[in-house]
Design a protein around this ligand. Sequence first.
Ligand code: ATP
Ligand code: MG
Length: 215
Amino acid sequence: MHVIALVNQKGGSGKSTLAACLAVAARAAGERVFAIDMDPQKSLTKWGHRRRDKDLPVESVSAAKLETALAALASAQVSFVVIDTPATDSPAADAAMRCADLCLIPARPTIFDIWSSEATRGKLKTLGKEYVFVLNQCPAMQESQRVSDGAAALEAMGGLLRPFIGARVDYQEAAREGMGVTEIEGKAGEEMHQLWASLKRRLGRAKDSRAPRAA
Ligand SMILES: Nc1ncnc2c1ncn2[C@@H]1O[C@H](COP(=O)(O)OP(=O)(O)OP(=O)(O)O)[C@@H](O)[C@H]1O
Ligand SMILES: [Mg+2]
């Protein structure tokens, strides 16, 4: 079982959006997915309630109960857990960071997002956790100077998962219906399938802390 956490102290960077969309893309790729919402705003839980297709459980879990919940999910043969976290330096975000095999730090290509990603990255480094950045809400002109500067800054801070995710209304449309963007035909869905494929490859290299140990 692999556990990822979406983390960034910067609000609005796309944690909940990417958590929902990656959960759906992973499910479509055949993973047994469980989504955990640790944010008191409960965006992901509300999204789960709107979802017609009940193939994807979403539950709110407190920091104190996260370890136990993950152990139960591993026993239930869940293969992929995605954790959404609040945009605060909080016990919930801390617990998610500690329990995840890999943390994803979504960041928009703006200087405030890059700075705040640096703070989140600092915390993960202190904890000795693996992390990777995702550049989100990029302007349509993919090759704009702002996007390439943002990408270079995040690469320098420890690695960037490709592709860059564009700013597209499909994300808002999908969220409103409790869907993932891969369930709407278009460029956003294609990018999300590619992001899942990159993440899957990256997870192959990440430590699986819950793999059964050899006797
Ligand atoms: N790639 C994208 N294209 C267009 N809109 C996006 C994209 N990603 C996120 N958004 C929009 O940006 C807003 C913030 O996204 P989201 O709620 O996922 O961020 P968050 O990091 O979870 O915020 P918070 O820290 O408040 O929980 C939402 O309105 C969402 O629909
Ligand atoms: Mg959120």
